[in-house]
Structure formats: C-alpha cells, structure tokens
Write a protein that binds this ligand. Structure first.
Ligand code: ADP
Ligand code: MG
Length: 364
C-alpha cells in the first residue's frame, strides 16, 4: 500500500479519542476547566449516568465574547503561550485540547458570561467551529453541556452503553479526589435517572479543612483516626551531586511541602485496602505508585496489620516536574525522583517516630 495522508477530519477523530478516552476523562477535563476559572461552586449533573448528557455548571470567571472563537479551536488556550510557560504554570489545563476534542466526539453546548445577567449560548460543529450563538441570561460563570458522548466512535460508544454503571462509578472516584483536596470549593454531583428523578450522589460544603471534605464524602467516620501531617522535603542537600538536576536558572531551592492527613500509626486506624490513598501534586490528583509504596512500607514499621489512609498534597515548583507525559496528566516525571523518595522516607519515619514519642509521653 502506498503512503497517503489521512483526512483532516479523521486525524481529528483519531487524536480526540486519545484525549477523551472515557466518561471519566471527559468529566475530569471539564471540572479542571471550572477549577482553572477559579470557580468555588461546581455542580455536575449526569443525565442517565452520562449516557444522555453531562452538564458542568460553575461560578467561575466566565468566557469573554472575544474568546468565543478560540474556546473550542484546537490547541487554543488562555493558560500558556509557549512551551516554557509549562514550567511556571499553576493551572490544571494548558494544551487547549479538551473542548476541541469533545466537539469531535460529542455535542457541545456552552453557556457563559463574564458580565451577567446577559449571557451567551454557543454551539459547535465537530471541528470546534461555532454553529449557533444566542443570547440568554445567567449568573456569572460557565455551563458546559456535552451530550451523545462517543457518537462518532461506534466501538467506544457501544462499550460505554454496556458498561455505563462501571464508568459512572469510576468517574465518581475521580470526582471524590478533586472534591476532597479542593477545600473552599463546593462540589455537588447529581444523577438524573431515566424516570427523570434527580439524585444527589456527592456533595462537599466548601469548608476550608480537608477533614471536613472527607466527612462530606465518606460520612461521619470519613476521617476517623487520621491526623494532620506537614513535612518538608529539602532536596538542596543533594545539589552537589553531579547527577542532580535543578531548575534551568539554578536559582530555585528544591523544596517540597507535603501536607494533608494520614492514618495514625497506632493500631487500628488504617484499612485493609488501599482504596483511600489520595496523592496530589499542586492539588492535581496523580498516580505515582512508588510514593504509595513508600508510604505503605514506612507505615508497616509501626502497624503490621493495616495500610494507611492518606490525603497528601505535594507542593512542588512546576519547574521540578514534568506533567506533560500522558494525555490525562496523571503520570508525573519528578526531577531527581530517587532522591525525592529517599528524603520522603526519611521525613516520614521522623514524623511517625515523633507521634510515637508524643504518645509515650502522654502515658508516662
Ligand atoms: P485548556 O484547559 O488546556 O486551556 P480546554 O480545551 O479545556 O483547554 O479549554 C479551552 C479554553 O476555554 C480554556 O483555556 C479557557 O480559556 C476556556 N474555558 C473552558 N472552560 C471554561 C470554564 N468553565 N470557565 C472559563 N473558561 C473556560
Ligand atoms: Mg482544560
């Protein structure tokens, strides 16, 4: 077979299906946009577990009229303007791909305003071009509604139709992880069933403690036996090693603040499974199994019977890690990873030893 170009339309479909792989990635991208727009109230409404539609309603910044053309255009973003910006950003998104990809695989409708009550409803074609623009009224913020998800990808649509309950529950797990770490933001998640009844599935109250969010998400025992943890990983001590990478300017201290909640090391407060282990970098839920392993391993020195529960945020300057590894941005490359892990282990042991010391002091 000779080498021929793929049509632009099909390239779009192929690449979009990598950005939005399932219900979870669709919802995750939209929630991240609301968080990036500094919303502190975010409502997510699934219609028939997302099979009909999903609506994300926020009270964030809204989108200005002059940005309407760009909002669903491929690789158009308000978050970076060049590659170097990635090492400085604090937003969850930066590739300008999500809305454009969603247009290719679902029907997208955006209602938004920066100067209420006058708002605009935008609809788009599969390439992300505006097909309809109407005036309506709305309080400040943005609503993104996607319907008929995966209509242009028959295999994936079939799979979604078949496994929608499993997909929905996976999606809830991710929504839990965002709502737990984002203190000060009220999350509510609803499902409208096929009898048109709206059920609340998840709600946080926008309190300023992670502990309160855990209680909201998991009920009154949600934070049972968990204590605050605050440790600092100081990587500067490794600076003299030739293999040690520092930021390009070399001017930043390589410090990582680790804060959150973790199970007490005394017996009885962990869990048999690792289903309540939440890890974040700069409040972005991430998957870094080696860190889970270190935490489990250190915890074992003190408690042989259980695994720890934890909600831990690693605050790291963006120049010390690379988030641009996988489309879902959950995989992270940390600079000097092995040294970070070494330091984490050392500081965790110190932290738990201190707990033991406090405990024995109280009983002496
Ligand atoms: P990215 O988040 O990588 O910039 P997206 O495709 O997710 O790309 O969004 C494109 C742009 O649309 C964003 O850069 C932002 O300016 C705007 N946008 C999307 N969703 C919202 C929202 N909920 N509130 C305000 N602006 C939004
Ligand atoms: Mg985005």
């Amino acid at each position: 077979m000779s080498i021929n170009p793929i049509s632009i339309e099909d390239i779009h479909r192929i690449t979009s299906s990598q950005v939005i792989i399932d219900l979870t990635s669709a919802v995750k991208e939209l929630v991240e946009n609301s968080l990036d727009a500094n919303a502190n109230v975010i409502e997510i409404v699934f219609n028939n577990y997302g099979l009909n539609s999903i609506e994300i309603i926020d009270n964030g910044s809204g989108i200005s009229d002059s940005d309407f053309e760009g909002v669903a255009s491929k690789n158009h973003t308000s978050k970076i303007s060049n590659f170097e910006d990635i090492s400085k950003i604090n937003t969850l998104g930066f590739r300008g791909e999500a809305i454009n990809s969603l247009c290719s695989i679902s029907h997208v409708k955006i209602t938004t305003t920066q100067s209420p009550p006058k708002a605009t409803i935008l609809e788009f074609d599969s390439n992300g071009a505006i097909t309809s623009q109407k005036v309506c009224s709305r309080v400040r913020g943005t609503t993104v509604c996607i319907s008929n998800l995966f209509h242009s990808l028959p295999v994936r649509q079939k799979d979604f139709n078949k496994n929608f309950k499993r997909e929905f529950s996976k999606c809830l797990t991710i929504l839990q992880s965002y709502s737990i770490i984002h203190t000060g933001t009220k999350f509510s998640v609803f499902n409208i069933n096929n009898k048109n009844k709206k059920h609340l599935v998840l709600k946080t109250q926008g309190m300023d403690q992670i502990k309160d969010n855990l209680l909201n998400v998991f009920g009154s025992n949600g934070a049972f036996g968990m204590i605050p943890i605050e440790i600092e990983l100081n990587l500067n001590k490794f600076k003299s090693l030739s293999s040690f990478k520092i930021d390009p300017s070399g001017s930043l201290d390589y410090l990582i603040q680790v804060t959150g909640l973790i199970s007490k090391n005394s017996n009885g407060f962990g869990r048999a499974t690792n289903d309540r282990q939440y890890l974040y970098i700069n409040k972005r839920p991430i998957s870094l199994v080696k860190i889970n392993k270190i935490l489990n391993e250190v915890y074992k020195f003190y408690n042989l019977n259980q695994l720890p529960c934890f909600v831990l945020n690693f605050q790291i300057h963006p120049s010390f890690f690379d988030v641009n590894v996988t489309p879902d941005k959950r995989t992270i490359l940390l600079h000097n990873e092995s040294k970070v892990f070494e330091e984490l282990k050392e500081q965790l042991i110190k932290f738990f030893d201190q707990q033991d010391y406090n405990l024995s002091k109280n009983f002496s």
